[in-house]
Design a protein around this ligand. Structure first.
Ligand code: NAD
Length: 415
């Protein structure tokens, strides 16, 4: 659904309607329901990643300067794992499940039979543009649906590559890519879908949900939030620091939904932690991180300006204790640590989604729980400690999408 001449999206309300009609007709043939079709598509996706890894890595580099190792692990290998997991379990997932019957209906038998919903829409985000586009499709294929993918226009090289590769490797009578931005997404959202899977920010999520509500379409929302890291003093400091660095700057330079957003530590421990960060960050990214090939760039000038605004706020700019260098032309910001940021600052109230890491100070480590629980529910929360009681209290007190103790971001890895 792209014009190859100018790579301009060509979808409008009428063509979106036609597209859904075409996919409904394909779905109605029953083709997507068979085990063989599902298996063929998933195997084709693995083949696509094996054959086109260099092109995928290059597109991610164009869009984000994403380091090759990160692309290979977090975008390609994780997607392959998803496909393999689905292939391994699909027969079992498709099998009818025996259900109990009542004495009243004796001698009847019953079973729960899973069926595909129909035609699903996947709207994805720019930060892991390959994984976040195709991972929901793995599930949709395994469940036997026809699919339209709308990748993010903010990662245009990956969006174009996805349109080409999906057409080349997958069954284009049942799986299609529509490139485009707001008008194209709006045209798609006017249609009736059987499920919408959206990854992105909460503002657009409300638009997507409102559009879905008109048709009572179920939605899956993968949104963001602020992910805190509590750092106690009873830890292996070097290991903790390295694991925080890997989860923060080693994940798309902080542009990841579960990367550490801010640290909470004690007033009398903070300096030790900052010193450790300074030392380890130099080991990871050298003396001049602006030149490092191991750090993604900021995705575009709008996000660069957004992050600059967080840094330049009056009560915040004086709090930088490490980094803070910016290269506007090349959209680079170095790993930046801010110490003792005020709670009412922008940086402590918005999802940062970039290489800035504020450190919030408390008197006692237990005070961290109140700080976290007074904000919105985090997507992930992390704790570094060796104390058994503190670990138990963390799990009992903090409510988040995922909790990890003594590491960061590893809970998204499966297989
Ligand atoms: P984005 O700007 O790429 O937007 C996401 C999608 O929404 C795009 O496809 C875009 O075209 C579409 N869109 C934008 N404006 C729209 C509008 N007005 N109407 C209809 N569609 C519109 O991505 P983003 O929102 O900047 O992504 C970052 C956010 O996503 C962060 O909050 C991050 O935490 C979250 N995220 C969550 C996960 C997760 O798995 N939970 C993963 C990655 C990102």
């Amino acid at each position: 659904m792209t014009s190859e001449v100018e790579n301009k999206p060509v979808i409008c309300t009428e063509s979106a309607k036609e597209l859904v009609k075409e996919l409904r007709a394909s779905f109605a043939t029953g083709k997507t329901k068979s085990y063989e079709w599902r298996l063929t598509q998933l195997n084709a996706m693995v083949k696509m990643m094996e054959e086109k890894e260099p092109q995928i890595v290059a597109a991610l580099h164009d869009d984000l300067s994403k380091p090759e190792l990160e692309s290979s692990i977090y975008e390609i290998a994780m997607l392959k794992n998803s496909c393999r997991l689905a292939v391994k379990n699909m027969k079992h997932w498709m099998m009818p499940e025996k259900a109990k019957t009542s004495l009243v209906t004796f001698p009847s038998s019953a079973e729960i039979v899973s069926e595909p919903l129909g035609v699903v829409l996947v709207i994805s985000a720019w930060n892991y543009p390959f994984l976040l586009s195709l991972d929901p499709i793995v599930g949709a294929i395994a469940a036997g649906n026809a699919i339209v993918l709308k990748p993010s226009e903010i990662a245009p090289a990956t969006s174009l590559l996805l349109a080409r590769l999906v057409a080349e490797y997958l069954d284009s009578s049942c799986i299609k890519v529509v490139e485009g931005a707001v008008p194209e997404t709006a045209a798609l959202l006017e249609q009736k879908w059987d499920k919408i899977l959206y990854t992105g920010n909460g503002r657009v999520a409300r638009i997507v949900m409102a559009a879905a509500a008109k048709h009572l379409t179920p939605v899956v929302m993968e949104l963001g939030g602020k992910c805190p890291v509590i750092v106690d003093s009873d830890i292996n400091l070097q290991v903790a620091t390295r694991r925080i660095i890997a989860g923060k700057w080693g994940c798309n330079n902080g542009q990841a939904c579960i990367s550490p957003d801010y640290i909470i530590t004690m007033k009398d421990y903070a300096q030790k932690l900052i010193d450790s960060f300074k030392c380890e960050l130099e080991r990871f990214y050298g003396k001049n991180p602006l030149e490092s090939k191991d750090l993604s760039r900021i995705v575009n000038s709008n996000h660069f300006a957004r992050l600059s605004k967080l840094l330049d706020e009056d009560k915040v700019s004086s709090k930088i204790v490490h980094g803070g260098e910016r290269d506007k032309e090349n959209l680079k910001i170095t790993p930046t640590i801010l110490l003792d940021v005020p709670r009412d600052s922008l940086i402590m109230n918005e999802e940062i989604f970039g290489p800035l890491l504020p450190v919030f100070l408390v008197d006692k480590v237990e005070d961290s729980f109140d700080v976290i629980n007074s904000g919105t529910k985090p997507l992930a929360a992390y704790l570094f400690t060796n104390k058994k009681k503190l670990k138990e209290k963390f799990v009992a007190t903090v409510s988040a999408g995922g909790l990890v103790i003594n590491d960061t971001t590893v809970h998204v890895i499966y297989y």
